[in-house]
Ligand binder design. Structure first.
Ligand code: PLP
Length: 304
């Protein structure tokens, strides 16, 4: 099957979508991107892309930090995303990767006087974590980059060297992923996902000023918790608090909602998926497939 990519204003075959080796984004990691999921609902024979507008809003926020301008408006990007998915005609869940990048052919890291280009590729996509059990996490000995170094709030490709080190070293030590601390030693998030804990019935996550990427899924979880009348706190979290959490889960577009079984080999709760985690997870999977009317505005239908 031919797979299309949107690049330089055109839908082209993916093997023709290439960039020159001296492209600035390749040399310096100067691109901002989004990861969006589209879910196939086989009963309705419909595909729903999830929170597309919110992802593009975040892309624009990342772009502003990085002196980039999108050649398209948010509405145009939504339409391009829809058209590309339609062309690729998946009948399965898919992942969408829009990227705005510095495309000048030049040596030197300056972001100004350096043109911006935009592309999107898509691919069929299943689960990011291939397991029925909860995640085994460690606390990473790498720190999250800080807001005044490489700001985690902006989704910049070069910043993912940090995530790559965190995830790889966790794997090499036999863990699935890691909890990452900030330079000041407090909890931030996972390698490429946000993290929630339950303490005494209260869903608790780090604050938006705690050196995290402000996840779209994180916000979804907070909204779903409101719907389920579960109290939520966003606040600084210490390392030693988390060993005694009653429940813990990670969340992100890739990860979705994934329970955590242990942190630094200390069992969380009773090892089984917690009650609140399960409630959020069940509702999330219905919402993303367009099955819950109240949240249907988040789901962009792809096929007519
Ligand atoms: C560092 C990091 N934090 C959090 C997230 C979760 O963000 P979202 O829910 O918008 O996918 C991601 C996912 O891309 C990420 O890379």
């Amino acid at each position: 099957m031919i797979e299309y990519v949107f690049m330089n204003g055109e839908y082209i075959e993916s093997d023709k979508a290439v960039i020159p080796v001296r492209t600035h984004a390749f040399l310096y990691g100067t691109s901002v991107f989004e990861g969006i999921r589209a879910y196939y609902n086989s009963e309705q024979e419909q595909m729903y892309a999830f929170r597309v507008k919110d992802h593009y809003k975040r892309l624009f926020a990342s772009a502003k930090v990085m002196w980039m301008n999108s050649p398209y408006s948010i509405e145009e990007l939504e339409q391009i995303t829809k058209d590309l998915l339609r062309k690729n005609n998946y009948k399965t869940d898919a992942y969408i990767r829009p990227t705005l990048y510095k495309s000048a052919i030049k040596v030197g890291p300056t972001l100004t006087d350096n043109e911006d280009s935009f592309l999107i590729f898509t691919t069929p996509f299943g689960n990011y974590f291939d397991s029925d059990r909860g995640l085994k996490l460690c606390v990473s000995n790498w720190r999250r980059t800080s807001d005044n170094a490489i700001p985690p709030r902006a989704k910049v490709s070069g910043a993912y060297a940090n995530s790559a080190l965190i995830k790889t070293d966790a794997h090499e030590m036999g863990f699935d992923d890691a909890v990452v601390l900030s330079e000041s030693g407090q909890v931030t998030e996972g390698s490429a996902m946000n993290i929630f804990f339950v303490f005494d019935g209260k869903l608790t996550t780090t604050a938006i000023t705690d050196d995290i990427l402000i996840g779209v899924t994180r916000n979804t979880v907070i909204e779903l918790a409101k719907e389920l009348c579960i109290p939520v706190a966003e606040r600084p979290i210490d390392r030693t608090e988390i060993y005694n959490a009653d429940e813990c889960f990670c969340c992100g577009t890739g990860a979705q909602i994934v329970p955590v079984e242990s942190i630094d080999n200390r069992t969380i709760g009773n090892k089984k998926i917690g009650k609140i985690t399960k409630q959020i997870q069940d509702l999330y999977y219905d919402v993303v497939r367009g099955k819950v009317d109240k949240f249907k505005d988040w789901c962009t239908p792809i096929y007519d």
